[in-house]
Design a protein around this ligand. Sequence first.
Ligand SMILES: Nc1nc2c(c(=O)[nH]1)N[C@H]1C(S)=C(S)[C@@H](COP(=O)(O)O)O[C@H]1N2
Ligand SMILES: [Mo]
Length: 532
Amino acid sequence: MDETAGTETAGTRWRPRVMTLLLAALTGVVAMAAGVAVAHLVAAVTTPAASPLVAVGSTFIDLTPTWLKEFAVARFGTADKPILLGSIAVVLVAMSALCGLLARRHRAAACAAAAGVGLVAAAAAVSRPDASIIDALPALLGAAVAASALAWLTRPSHADAQASGTEDDVGSATKTGPDRRSVLLGALVIGAGAAVTGALGTVLGGVLKGVDAARAAIRLPAPADPAPVLAPAVTAPVSGITPFRVPNADFYRVDTALVVPTVGLTGWRLTLGGMVSNPYSLTYDDLLAMPLVERDLTLTCVSNEVGGPYAGNARWLGVRLTDLLDRAGVSDRADQLLSRSVDGFTAGTPMAIATDGRDALVAVGMNGEPLPAEHGFPARLVVPGLYGFVSATKWLTSLDATTYAAEQAYWTQRGWATDAPVRTMARVEVPRPLSTVSAGEVAIGGVAWAQHRAISVVEVQVDDGPWEMARLGDVPSDDTWRQWWSPWRATPGRHTLRARATDGDGALQPDTRLTPFPSGAQGWHEVVVLVA
Ligand SMILES: Nc1nc2c(c(=O)[nH]1)N[C@H]1C(S)=C(S)[C@@H](COP(=O)(O)O)O[C@H]1N2
Ligand SMILES: [Mo]
């Protein structure tokens, strides 16, 4: 190919060559899509988390340095997961296209490369903490399909034997493969097959695990120890503040799971072990047969920025953690309770806090329903006063008495704090940041939390004015957030509204800013509003 040929000739030669290259790249992408789709379908039947994109994505999450994870959570919030999956898909498409291009000259090498990509996914799948060797199967089959599809789409044609030039040959000295039309047709058929197979895998995955069916069939027993009746005054007389109890569908979700673990009840056990005199395990029915406690408890994520959304209050139903631990007989030398999830996530809770009499629960119910899959079905840990990463393990499978010296939990291995009590925080929710309100009587309001220490005071400041005492909503205990509000005579202009809380021990929330890493954000929340 002569790149310096006259414009007219180059133009006419250039277009078919680009078409040929695009077609070759497409061939690679289609072959890989077939492999991924087959793997996804097989994974639906074996382990959904072993589906190639998910396995690679999950491995990526666990290997991601803390600063990058912080950045992703801060920048993308809960969209960080689709963005990660999308990025992996883009990289995969690029690699597949390269395989397709490579196949033009080195067909065997290209097929091997395509299979190699599958092998990487298989390795990722089997190296997941909760994986078994069978989890390699989806990606291995996918690798075989991708390599075979590429081999088939790039098979030498009769035309080659005659070494006759077709229009495809322009600019390519070593043209191999069937003609363009049959490649396109093959690609179309394989691509459609891949789409159908992939969709089937997704649907089948949901049906087979039957979490929805299992949840729907559950009748949660009434609590032996019901939650205190909520006073109407838990709700401030100001609209726009987050409801005292957040509905399950609106409750924030934070976890490392790329696909929500679907845990069926058959075979699920909660195991108590480690440094205990009487290790044992329970089925879901065993758990429900124990005396159940119901409490309103507020959960907060350590990654929540000042004023951020990762906090929620719900009514939890569960077994007292101490009932479970007492039966196991925990050794005096154990200073950490290590809780483990089906997906390998672990949280380390100080044993002294887990057993100090607070309402720490192994929860099975959330706001009157069995736990939603996203929030840990069939059982999760909730410990009032601690951030979720050291206490709130979802999809719980085991509780082990151990020591901090012997074992480190997931986030502690990544540099986060071991002991992380929730920091006192007041959040301004109304008026909305950067909203415009009319001059006159306006209510400023929001929620404040300092779980297990209580909120005793919330103060509000407009611009550089005096700190004013806000009114406080009722609370059923020290373990929930508290609504607050304060009337304001708004004058036209741009104003900064600031809030700060004092906890039940009389400690004023510090003004000094701290980032979420390593033990929770700190600082006064302020918003800017416009008054017209
Ligand atoms: N299995 C598992 N449990 C987990 C996590 C996780 O990544 N995996 N994240 C924890 C964190 S950091 C928080 S803040 C809470 C969030 O609980 P939610 O998603 O129900 O709001 O779950 C905790 N439990
Ligand atoms: Mo968290």
